[in-house]
Each structure stands twice: as C-alpha cells, then as structure tokens.
Write a protein that binds this ligand. Structure first.
Ligand code: FAD
Ligand code: NAD
Length: 343
C-alpha cells in the first residue's frame, strides 16, 4: 500500500489526508500544534471559546458551493446571517450586501476536527526535516521525516506539505532544488484581539468592516451555535490590517490591546468595560497579493506536493480546493499507485 505523509492539519491538510485515505492510501498526518484547524482555529480560554483566525467563509466556485451544501446538510456549518457595518470616520454605517457567509459549528475548528476523526493524526509533532533516499528522482525514492523530538517517521512514497508557503520553504531549505521553486513571502501577518465586554450594544451590530488599522470586527457571541462568555455580555474579535500588523511587528501586544480597546469604545460606546482579553499574532495570516498561483504545486518525479490557501487564491475556499485538486488530478484513478512499492 502506498504510504503518504501529510504535514499540517489545517483545513487543506485534513481534507487531503481524508480523501487520500478514502482512496486507499495509507496516510499519516502530522501537526505541530495540540489541535487541528490551523488558521481555522478556536482557542479554549476558560472564559470563552474564541475563533481567533478565519471568522467566516464564502463560496464562489461551483465545486466549493457543492461541498458547502453538503456541510450544511450534515450540520457541520451554518449560515451566519447579518447585515455588515462599515466603520467610517468613527461611525458605524450599515453596509448591506448579498454575500452568503458561513461558519463551522459549533466552532471554526470543528470542521477540521470532523475531517480528522478517522485519520492517523499525530499532534504536537513539528516536522523539522525531510530527506529522500536515493536523492535522485529514482522511481523507488522514499521520504523520511523527523519531528523536533528527533523521532524519524517513514518511509513514505509521497510527501504532501500543507504549510504556509514561507514555512514550507523553510522546512525544505536544504533541498535547494525544491526550496528555490517555492515563492518567498507567501503571507502577511495579522494581529487578533479578543475582548469580553459588559455594556449594551445594538444587537444588529455583528460584523464590521474597518479601515487602515482595525480591518474587521466580529461579535463572536452572535455567531450561530456560540454561547455567551462567562462574566460578560459579549465576546468580540478584532483583526488588525496586515500592513499595519507587519509594520508594528510581533512585539507590541500592549499597544495592540490599547488600540483595540480604544476602537471599541469609540465605535460601540465609551461606557463599555473590558473583562477578559486575549491577543494573538498570526505570522502567516493572509496570502500576499504577489503570491498568484492557481493550484497545488506538484513534482511527481520527486513524489512531493504543496497545497494550502497560498496555492489557490487564499481563503478557506482556496485551501479546500487546493486539497481536492491535488487528490483528483494526481492521486485518483490509481495513477500514483504506479510509484508504490509492494506491501
Ligand atoms: P493552515 O490552516 O495554516 O494549516 C497549516 C497547518 O500546518 C497548521 O495547523 C500549522 O500548525 C501546521 N504546521 C506548520 N508548520 C508545521 C510543521 N513544521 N510541522 C507540522 N505542522 C506544521 N479565510 C476566509 O475564508 N475567511 C476569513 O474570514 C478569514 N479570516 C482570517 C483571519 C485570520 C486572522 C487568519 C490568520 C486567516 C483568515 N482566513 C480567512 C484565511 C484562512 O484561515 C486560511 O486561508 C485557511 O484556513 C488556510 O488553511 P491551510 O490549510 O492552507 O493552512
Ligand atoms: P467577503 O466577500 O465578506 O469580503 C471580502 C472583502 O470585501 C472584505 O475584506 C471587505 O473589504 C469587502 N466587503 C465585502 N462585503 C462588504 C460590505 N458589505 N461592506 C463593506 N465592505 C465589504 O469575504 P471573502 O472574500 O470570502 O473574504 C473573507 C474575509 O476574510 C475577508 O474579510 C478577508 O479580509 C478576510 N481574511 C482575513 C485574513 C486576515 O489575516 N485577517 C486572512 C484571510 C482572509
């Protein structure tokens, strides 16, 4: 049976691993964190469960729309129906549109958890190196990988990386032929701030498109299926604009918190009080505008593939489609089994 290692258990990694396993490949999935979901993540903080990465997703392609319909029918996702607001000169202005927005249920990480439930998933396993023997593009070349504890895994006939491009480039830095072909600076960063507030806020305010500093605000406690936080009336999540986040860097959490609280009081009411907060710096958040790829990067002769949002237009939809395209174009119909070694 052909053995495949998938590195990274974000939405692209779990979808690829699950589809490969269904096709009969023997798959091991490695994740550096203690949970699945990657940037579709939910932090369990005691006082609330907080979606800190992707807040919602949309569906533009027919292929993703069909999958979204399936997720709706199984209750894995729900529509989040609200009229967006736009922050203009310190005021919130209603900004209606016709977009349909979805959230995973009951938290953003639930979708990846659902996909990963029957997989050989190894959490807390940061993969730090990969080597292929023989090094050439021999038909029998096999991959082994090492995690940071020094444990070696493999051999695998195929490696699938679902890491953000910059992290993939770093992981394969010793494989100059591979690293040189991966893009530089695939992602821009984003500061995220979660706040539990007390004080009355118009129930119609659920999602706000911001400006040059705070780019988006979610009322997390109003998303479908979520519960109210302990010790507060509402739970909010603010995302800071990428160029603002990049220019400030990762060592300014106090400033970010202060700016976030000031934004809330200015736009939602000076009487709001803050009862809990959480801050997170996403180093690899949004795909850079210069990273323009239209599908997974695959080198069949080296038995290696790169998927993830950066390979397919960004966002949850791109991440999902990159995994489906990889499996359908390169692994379906037993095409790749030609490279397998006997059981
Ligand atoms: P990831 O989710 O990044 O998965 C990669 C996984 O690899 C991670 O779990 C990581 O821990 C793991 N990993 C990394 N290095 C290693 C290693 N060495 N060994 C093992 N594991 C490793 N998209 C939308 O559609 N709508 C939104 O509203 C939205 N908002 C966003 C807000 C923020 C703050 C962020 C950060 C992202 C947002 N996105 C949004 C983008 C969306 O979250 C991503 O496009 C999508 O989740 C990416 O999935 P992925 O599988 O490509 O990558
Ligand atoms: P979307 O269509 O809701 O938003 C796309 C963009 O269009 C928004 O960023 C906003 O600038 C604009 N927009 C849409 N509706 C608007 C309205 N009613 N009023 C004013 N402006 C409006 O969703 P999408 O294309 O699926 O993108 C997903 C969301 O994820 C976007 O908001 C994007 O910025 C966000 N995202 C954030 C990060 C991050 O790191 N913070 C990373 C990836 C994606």
């Amino acid at each position: 049976m052909t053995r495949v290692a998938v590195i990274g258990a974000g939405i692209s990694g779990v979808v690829a691993a699950s589809k490969l396993q269904k096709l009969g490949y023997q798959v091991d999935l490695f994740e550096k964190s203690r949970g699945r979901g990657g940037r579709m993540s939910t932090r369990r903080l005691g006082w609330a469960d907080v979606d800190t990465g992707a807040q919602y997703f949309t569906a533009r392609s027919d292929e993703f729309k069909a999958e979204v319909e399936r997720w709706l029918s199984t209750g894995d996702i729900s529509q989040w129906e609200f009229t967006p607001q736009k922050a203009i000169d310190g005021q919130l202005v209603s900004s209606p549109d016709t977009e349909t927005r979805y959230v995973a249920m009951p938290s953003m990480s639930s979708l990846a958890r659902q996909y990963a439930k029957d997989l050989n998933l190894y959490l807390n396993r940061r993969i730090v190196s990969a080597s292929q023997k023989p090094r050439s593009s021999s038909k029998n070349a096999q991959w082994t990988i090492n995690d940071e504890s020094g444990q070696e895994w493999g051999p695998y006939q195929w490696l699938v990386s679902s890491l953000p491009g910059d992290q993939a480039k770093q992981l394969f830095s010793e494989h100059h032929d591979i690293a040189a072909r991966l893009p530089r600076q695939s992602h821009l960063p984003c500061w995220a701030v979660a706040l539990v507030t007390r004080g009355e806020v118009d129930p119609g305010i659920q999602g706000v498109f911001g400006g040059d500093m705070v780019s988006w605000v979610s009322r997390l406690s109003a998303k479908p299926g979520r519960s109210l936080p302990e010790d507060g009336d509402d739970l909010w999540l603010l995302h800071f604009q990428h160029l603002w986040s990049k220019s400030r860097g990762k060592d300014c959490s106090e400033q970010v918190l202060q700016e976030g609280v000031e934004w809330m009081k200015k736009h939602l009411g000076p009487a709001l009080t803050i009862h809990h907060h959480y801050i997170h710096y996403w180093r690899y958040a949004q795909v850079s505008p210069q990273c323009q790829l239209s599908g997974p990067i695959v080198w069949p002769e080296q038995h290696i593939a790169f998927i993830g949002d950066w390979t397919a237009g960004g966002r949850v939809e791109g991440a999902y489609l990159s995994a489906v395209q990889l499996v359908e174009h390169y692994f379906s119909h037993n095409r790749m089994r030609e490279v397998s070694t006997p059981d």
